[in-house]
Design a protein around this ligand. Structure first.
Ligand SMILES: [Zn+2]
Length: 190
């Protein structure tokens, strides 16, 4: 991560309420109504724990309805609450990828906690940030492991203030960029 981002100016908890409200005439009304309170609590827990995969739990109960939650992200209706939020996130003016520093407008959104494992955060703005295709391809569903559970730096929450942020070592092959800290490669491009 080479670029700290300001958190989105969107109320992620209120967005959940809006999404549920918009489903009151749809076929998934009961599903959303039943999960609404806990969904809200889990988004609040995400914000309180700054998206840390050590602290923020997966939600086994929604696994069977994962597709319904992912569709909110993949196929948002025009003018829908989450559609507007996603459009707002995509309307950034970044000219480098915040993860690797590659020049050019990052044209995809990455889920900090991956949507496959955390489908209930698929549309949560604080879980989404711009990233270049190469970084996202390298990150995919990774979050960390037992040895290093906070594997990825969160662009909205993590602040790195050490005087020496990174050291730069240029070595072959020279056609790829990578980011390495404490001996571990982060968002390394292969
Ligand atoms: Zn990148």
């Amino acid at each position: 991560m080479v670029h700290v981002l300001n958190p989105p100016a969107i109320d992620s908890v209120a967005l959940i309420d809006e999404v549920v409200a918009e489903r009151q005439n749809g076929i998934n009304k009961d599903f959303f109504n039943e999960m609404a309170i806990e969904w809200r609590q889990r988004v609040r827990a995400y914000l309180d724990n700054q998206g840390s995969p050590v602290m923020v739990e997966k939600w086994a109960a929604v696994e069977l309805r994962k597709g319904t939650l992912l569709n909110l992200y993949k196929h948002p209706a025009d003018g829908s609450a989450q559609g507007n939020a996603l459009a707002q996130l995509r309307a950034h003016n970044l000219t480098i990828c915040p993860a690797c520093g590659e020049a050019g407008r990052p044209n995809t959104l990455d889920h900090f906690l991956p949507k496959g494992a955390y489908p209930h955060f698929a549309i949560v703005p604080h879980n989404l940030f711009p990233m270049c295709d190469a970084c996202q391809g390298a990150k995919l569903e990774k979050t960390g492991d037992a040895e290093d559970p906070k594997f990825f730096i969160h662009p909205y929450y993590d602040r790195f203030s050490a005087p020496k942020l990174v050291s730069l070592t240029i070595s072959p092959p020279l056609c790829h960029a990578g980011f390495r800290t404490q001996g571990k490669s982060r968002f390394a491009r292969k």
